[in-house]
Write a protein that binds this ligand. Structure first.
Ligand SMILES: Cc1cc2nc3c(=O)[nH]c(=O)nc-3n(C[C@H](O)[C@H](O)[C@H](O)COP(=O)(O)OP(=O)(O)OC[C@H]3O[C@@H](n4cnc5c(N)ncnc54)[C@H](O)[C@@H]3O)c2cc1C
Length: 356
């Protein structure tokens, strides 16, 4: 039987979108060119907050704040339904200089967010130096591979069909509608088509992308192994962060590189991240460095994603371009997409996320 929706791309955005639609009773098929959940959504840090949110636009703040509000119940429901723990934890974020305490305070006041100007040693005594720091105790994180696992399991339980090794290659259209998505397994048809192909979204849409500006921005990450409890909070210094997982792994990231569709890891980035990470937390010099990877973020102007229906093709949609905050933005973005398709009212003004 023909599905109601075909979703193209199995990252956190495709999974979350499928979840919303399946919960609303839509027969959903998700197609993924390789193995789902292995690209940017796997590679990311899982911080559920913008880094220095006061540096971002109102459009980013609105979507992230909305999504952060949904996250605990959203992740909690997934965990209860599947028995898989996405390791959602409120680990807080300690921001080390340089920063603008005034901008931070003003933003936090406006958005009812707790902020303390404190001594860095009070929060993390193992740091290299004691200095003034900003402490955001409510910043949370999830462990990406686990979040993807829990989402996938929930989709399977809801009967969403996931076809891997199925690459979308083009579109079959009549004047105002898509009639099929072409794939390496033939043309597939549904009532609605949703592109959630991350960094590859624009490429896949081809001439139908119109003015959509999504391009890959590489991010490299290092993984250290320490004893559980060695570090309990996220630390951010000059754009480099350390993220402690519950089992003692500490992620150090990340680079922002405009190098096209190239996922190679480089010695240069490794040395830079290693020097920065051990400079912040010297005990990492004695910790095994266990992994080094990269992912391609779906980069977009000002980090504002597009979550909208195509201006001409009435059953084609995109939910992509979440750049640095796709995990954070996933629940709200999926809700917006489902509301659009189902004709339900929106909780926020969605005009900033229109197809450009
Ligand atoms: C190093 C790094 C650190 C990050 N840290 C954070 C963080 O701390 N917090 C946060 O919120 N975000 C973070 N991000 C950003 C976040 O990971 C992304 O915004 C998010 O994963 C985007 O999700 P997505 O589903 O759009 O893309 P992806 O996860 O890339 O998924 C897209 C999927 O589409 C598939 N696909 C592509 N083309 C086709 C096709 N033609 N046919 C079928 N399938 C196709 C791909 O194979 C892929 O599986 C980070 C990213 C990186 C790389």
């Amino acid at each position: 039987m023909k599905p109601d929706c075909i979703i193209v791309g199995g990252g956190v955005i495709g999974y979350s979108t499928a979840l919303e639609l399946a919960r609303a009773g839509m027969k959903t098929l998700l197609i993924e060119r390789e193995q789902a959940g292995q690209e940017s959504s796997w590679a990311g840090g899982g911080i559920l907050y913008p880094l220095l949110p006061w540096n971002y636009s109102a459009e980013v703040t609105c979507l992230t704040q909305c999504s952060i509000g949904l996250f605990p119940a959203w992740a909690g429901a997934l965990q209860s339904a599947t028995g898989i723990d996405p390791e959602l934890q409120r680990s807080g974020m300690l921001v080390l200089p340089e920063f603008s305490a005034e901008s931070a305070q003003a933003w936090c006041n406006k958005h009812s967010t707790r902020l303390e100007l404190t001594s860095s040693f009070r929060i993390v005594p193992e740091l290299a130096a004691d200095q003034d720091a900003l402490w955001l105790p409510d910043v949370a994180q999830a462990r990406n591979p686990r979040l993807l696992k829990v989402l996938r399991r929930q989709l399977e339980l809801l009967g969403v069909q996931i076809n891997e090794q199925t690459k979308a290659t083009g579109w079959q259209c009549d004047e105002a509608l898509v009639t099929g998505v072409q794939t390496n397994h033939g043309t597939m048809s549904a009532n609605h088509y949703i592109v959630t192909s991350g960094a590859w979204s624009r490429q896949l849409l081809g001439e139908y992308a119109l003015n959509l500006e999504i391009r890959p921005i590489r991010g490299q990450m290092l993984l250290f192994k320490t004893r559980p409890g060695t570090l309990r909070t996220i630390i951010l210094k000059n754009g480099i962060y350390l993220i402690p997982r519950l089992d003692g792994h500490i992620l150090a990231g990340s680079t922002l590189e405009d190098v096209g569709f190239d996922k190679t890891t480089t010695e240069e980035a490794k040395s830079m991240l290693y020097a920065q990470a051990t400079g912040i937390l010297p005990l990492l010099k004695n910790a095994p460095l266990v992994q080094h990877w990269s992912g391609l973020r779906p980069g977009s102007p000002d980090n504002i994603p597009t979550i909208d229906r195509h201006p001409q093709l009435k059953n084609l949609y995109v939910n992509s371009g979440h750049f640095r905050y796709g995990v954070t933005m996933a629940p709200a973005s999926a809700e917006i997409m489902a509301n659009l398709i189902l004709g339900r009212p929106q909780a926020i003004d969605i005009s900033p996320y229109r197809w450009p």
